[in-house]
Design a binder for this molecule. Structure first.
Ligand SMILES: Cc1cc2nc3c(=O)[nH]c(=O)nc-3n(C[C@H](O)[C@H](O)[C@H](O)COP(=O)(O)O)c2cc1C
Ligand SMILES: CCCCCCC(=O)C(=O)O
Length: 359
């Protein structure tokens, strides 16, 4: 991690309830996928070009529902009010101020309409996407989609890597199975089949299929991105199913310990998608150079999960802003050092394996 991110992490660890710290920091099983996400970036290096740079570098990217934005996004993460009393509102303000897309989650402790309002109070053009788990009851899914539309979200992100909840040994050890009193997944309030005024539990189902994604696709005119894709064949199916983007992700190593690092899965997905829709990546991005590596390998943008929560826990809105600004500054600096005038100059030939020599 960068110096700033390490300091924010250390402060977050001091101030957070250790049970919640473990929930955020931890992963599934023996945490091999979690560790590998960062290590896989360490195994890669950038091979700069010389004498072709620019003093002003073009870092803007075009994403569905975000026509000109930074190549770093806030990945969807649950329960921000457990990290800081201002919760998702602080995250939304910081993301908007940094010019970064915020993906707010179904499992947010603040309702999506309030999150969008907070972002737009900072920047009327701020892009907020809504992440959801398809619910087995299509009526519930439809109600969630309408809420996101009404709130003004500009894209939907469907997380597909969670047919069941990951086996997270830290949470099992700590008995962290539910939100403490006073906190709720606010987007799950007042839904069909739920208690009036109360919340329904978020369901995960191993029986969801591509038909369910097709139903969602037909339900809304918003762009839809599919998150949690690792297999290139699934990337092809997603594009054929009309998605507007694919997010290569292993859920930060929190679902299945046996999977590869996200960045190791990226090139095959990029090849399968063949430029038809943007490919995004999250998992293990901790430095601006990691952003550059992912873009050179064909990602259009990257998401950041845990560092945002460390910033939030440590310093609220200011901490999130520091995380995002640091990554964006470092990314711009990496472009300069690569002799790149902008994202487009980051090509696959710039990425090599450390220790493998250069041909
Ligand atoms: C505490 C926490 C909660 C998360 N909650 C969600 C969620 O509700 N929905 C989702 O799609 N992904 C969720 N994720 C996964 C992130 O979106 C993202 O894939 C992951 O954090 C990226 O890895 P990183 O933390 O190494 O940046 C969560 C991750 C963390 C750390
Ligand atoms: C059943 C509760 C859903 C919360 C989802 C949070 C999440 O995805 C995570 O990784 O934690």
């Amino acid at each position: 991690m960068t110096g700033v991110l390490t300091a924010l992490h250390d402060r977050a660890r001091e101030v957070l309830d250790p049970v919640f710290y473990d929930y955020v920091a931890g992963g599934a099983g023996g945490e091999r996928a979690l560790a590998d996400n960062e290590r896989a970036f360490d195994r890669l290096a950038l091979l700069p070009r010389v004498l072709r740079g620019s003093a002003v570098r073009d870092t803007a990217v075009r994403l569905p529902g975000a026509p000109a934005t930074a190549p770093v996004l806030v990945a969807p993460t649950a329960f921000h009010r457990l990290a800081h009393p201002d919760g998702e509102l602080a995250t939304a303000r910081a993301a908007a101020a940094a010019g970064v897309v915020l993906v707010t989650g179904l499992a947010a402790t603040t309702a999506v309409a309030e999150v969008v309002r907070a972002a737009r109070a900072v920047d009327p053009d701020a892009a907020v996407w809504f992440q959801l788990y398809l619910q087995p009851d299509p009526e519930v899914t439809e109600c969630l989609v309408r809420r996101a539309e009404r709130a003004g979200c500009t894209a939907l992100v469907v997380t597909a890597d969670s047919p069941v909840f990951g086996r997270r040994e830290r949470d099992l050890r700590n008995g962290f199975t539910d939100l403490p009193p006073g906190y709720a997944a606010e987007n799950m309030r007042d839904l069909p089949g739920g208690p009036p005024g109360g919340t329904r539990p978020i369901a995960m189902s191993p029986e969801l299929s591509w038909d369910d994604l097709a139903r969602l696709r037909a339900m809304t005119a918003l762009p839809v991105l599919l998150k949690g894709v690792l297999h290139p064949a699934d990337a092809r199916l997603a594009v054929a199913g009309g998605v507007d983007g694919v997010v290569v992700s292993n859920h930060g190593g929190r679902q299945f310990d046996a999977v590869p690092a996200a960045v190791d899965a990226l090139p095959a997905v990029v090849e399968a998608v063949a430029g038809r829709v943007p490919v995004l990546l999250d998992g293990g991005v901790r430095r601006g150079a990691d952003v550059a590596i992912a873009l050179a390998l064909g990602a259009t943008a990257v998401g950041v999960g845990r560092p945002v929560l460390w910033g939030l826990a440590a310093e609220g809105e200011r901490g999130v802003r520091r995380v995002l600004d640091t990554l964006l500054d470092e990314y711009d600096h990496a472009l300069a050092l690569c002799g790149a005038r902008g994202n487009a100059d980051l090509t696959g030939d710039l990425v090599v394996r450390r220790g493998a020599g250069v041909r």
